[in-house]
Design a protein around this ligand. Sequence first.
Ligand code: NAD
Length: 459
Amino acid sequence: PVEQLPYDPTKKTLVLLGTGWGSTTVLKNLDTTQFNVVVVSPRNYFLFTPLLPSCTVGTIENRSIMEPVRQLMRHKAREVTFYEAECTGIDPETKQLTLKRHTNADVLQSIRERETTAPEDIVKLDYDYLIVGVGGEVNSFNIPGVEEHACFLKEMPDARKIRRKLMDSIERASFSDISEEERDRLLHMVVVGGGPTGIEYAGELHDFLTDDLSQWYPNLSQRVRITLVEALPSVLQAFDKKLIDYTQSTFSENKISILTRTMVKAVQEKEIVVQNADGSRSEVPYGVLVWATGIKTQPLVDRIRERFPLDQSDRRGLLVDEFLRVKGSRDIWALGDCALSGYAPLAQVASQQGKWLARTLNKAARKADEAPGADLFTLVEKSARSFKYSSQGSLAYIGSDKAIADLPLFNRNITAGGLTTFWFWKSAYLNELFSLRNSTLVASDWVKRFLFGRDISRE
Ligand code: NAD
């Protein structure tokens, strides 16, 4: 079937793919009276990813950092259409997208499994202009066993799975009839990847252990160990050296082991196989394994690239020009982690690109009104200066009420770590949350945790 839209024949149809930082910010800032706007995403909510590690241990409740996309659509000047579906293909000649609609609840899981789809779940959708903001997906580097045994930390189902596995492991370790060796394995929490995601998760896990597990499982909590495995010589490569040292010494105080120059080569059901700094190999038993080694491109991005073989030669993403136009195309923009724009794959970059693109399109569409027949793709050049990213700095939580910050101030880079930075981190995130509703929920979760501790129920 071909989807019929609430359609104004005088307007062009603009399809937005994704509900992450880039696409959602476009939607928030777009003048929807200028287009027939359709949003397509397998996820019907925006997720405030910087606080996802907090959800894995219940510092924050899952729904507090989710904002339904329809909530956002409700406030737009003209009706926006949303389809919960995964875009699986594109034909730039006929300007038609192929969508796979989802009927099961755990949509993101089903995408990962690439299950076969019934023909009635394939839908076609026409577009005039397309914005691709589909992000990336977890990179397992094709290391055997990762997909089967590790937990990722990218989407909300991942955080839910980690919380469940964590409690499962601890409850299993509390049986008296298991061997001491098995108990130690169950209580060994391993994190692979010393980027900000792995570091923040290890920090949250440490807090859960010291604040809550120590009260509920006093005997077991002493035996819980956290190990972070990183292939490079240090963690947090993108941060200032002082902050790396500060993080490493805080982790050491918190008894979190960091194994640098150690690369995971294979993952088995109960142990990982690592290559150590000296080239030897060993097995490390684990109870819960969290895999945070960065992202790679989505299959859709490869399919779009194949359509423009002369201009899209980089396998890491969609090459875009300084106006975020996909090179080789006449009507497609890309932003965020799936676009190669010369900037790092950061939420901040995607969000600034989203704001810039929406405002530029609003201006270009007004210009197009004055000159009927003019091409929007060309008009963007006359409507705005090219996109430039302005870094607001980096922040990361490292556990025990400490955070690190790398901030550009007065043309200098200011680095800070500690309790004050932690409060700055808290207020910055509260401020950045997508809606007043989200900020209120997160603030009340923090108060609840302070008063009653974290919830240790398995689900
Ligand atoms: P990352 O790419 O920053 O770090 C992944 C780490 O995993 C790397 O250091 C890599 O050396 C290591 N690694 C890869 N394969 C390995 C293996 N087999 N064994 C051991 N180690 C291995 O990934 P991330 O932390 O998920 O971040 C992704 C992006 O998002 C980055 O650009 C990051 O800056 C950004 N981010 C920023 C923040 C923040 O600023 N607070 C938070 C989360 C993510």
